[in-house]
Write a protein that binds this ligand. Structure first.
Ligand code: UDP
Length: 319
């Protein structure tokens, strides 16, 4: 089968391309290289099963042409990273809303299966225990830029579900929870690559807020396995799935672990949110996925432990 991966030179996209090619599928990666990078797919250069198209999902003719040539599309191209979103609000909205509409419309024209990347951000400030797919979204004011990510991805989900209901387009929605691994950059805000880099350079680890907020980090390889299994499961169509790890950790605890695992002499410093991001910034205190639906549908859920995940990231940065 030929897969079109929008955002195929990005962090998750490039790992997905590797896994698809390893199992004998073909991949066309469409990427504008805004946050993706040629480095992520350099090792696939010259592989006949892989082609990279440098272009944008905002180009309807290009998307239509690539859609015609593929069997399944995994739509990962999006503005990502809290820092990136805050620094680039306008292009983030355009990419996430107009871009997704163009991809879904082309998929509908050619009746292709769509796996749409969404995010745990859509739950917003709902911090009540493990979050299930049908739980409420609690997002803040429009004056707080962070919420535009949650809101645009929620619009993407509505759009995909509407195409499914009204046009019978086969769509599967993937809500990724803090996916981490090699090739992820800390440039756009992601905490794990930032802490690992700071620790290896002997710089202070910058914990934002009081460090008591929690996350469940998800190994990118686990996430990719889930995506492939969902793509091959007809009963997944028309549904939303949390894709997230099970080990909850505070950000302070994460910083301490990174320091211990790297043997770093770095200290931890605490930065107020408004200094780290912008005035009025709001964070979520707790973000834990309920992955019952995923387990019931494909038989497994991400289960790599945090130390294994961190070890892979540390090894990557050390290389
Ligand atoms: N964070 C931090 N220091 C950093 C980057 C992020 O303390 O250098 C915090 C951030 O405020 C959040 C958590 O780490 O509470 C995870 O941040 P990330 O941007 O990786 O993902 P998010 O869960 O916010 O989407």
């Amino acid at each position: 089968m030929r897969y079109l991966i929008t955002g195929g030179a990005g962090f998750i996209g490039s790992h997905l391309a590797d896994a698809l090619i390893a199992r004998g599928d073909e991949v066309t990666a469409l990427d504008n290289l805004a946050t993706g990078s040629l480095e992520n797919v350099r090792h696939l250069e010259g592989n006949p099963a892989f082609q990279l198209i440098v272009g944008t999902i905002l180009d309807p003719a290009l998307v239509d042409q690539l859609m015609a040539d593929c069997d399944v599309v995994v739509h990962l191209a999006a503005a990502v990273g809290v820092k990136w979103i805050i620094d680039n609000p306008l292009s983030s909205i355009q990419t996430n809303i107009r871009g997704t509409e163009i991809v879904l419309e082309a998929a509908n024209q050619h009746k292709r299966t769509v796996l749409l990347a969404s995010t745990s951000e859509v739950y917003g400030k709902n911090g009540h225990g493990p979050l299930s797919e049908d739980d409420d979204r609690v997002v803040g004011a429009t004056s707080v830029s962070r919420w535009l990510y949650a809101t645009t991805k929620a619009c993407d989900e509505f759009l995909a579900l509407a195409y499914h209901r009204e046009k019978q387009l086969p769509v599967i929605i993937l809500r990724f929870f803090n996916t981490v691994g090699p090739r992820q950059t800390g440039q756009y805000g992601m905490v794990v690559p930032r802490f690992v880099k700071q620790a290896l350079l002997g710089q202070p680890l910058t914990v934002f807020g009081d460090g008591q907020q929690t996350r469940c980090f998800t190994d990118v390889q686990d996430a990719v396995r889930c995506v492939l299994a969902l793509a091959d499961t007809p009963k997944a169509i028309g549904r939303i799935f949390n894709i997230g790890g099970s080990q909850e950790v505070t950000i302070q605890g994460l910083a301490e672990r990174v320091i211990a695992m790297t043997g770093s002499t770095s200290e931890i410093v605490y930065l107020p949110y408004e200094q780290a991001y912008e005035k009025g910034f709001e964070d979520m205190r707790r973000r834990v996925p309920n992955t019952t639906r995923l387990r019931e549908t494909i038989g497994f859920a991400p289960d790599s432990d945090l130390d294994t995940i961190l070890r892979r990231v540390i090894d990557y940065f050390q290389k």
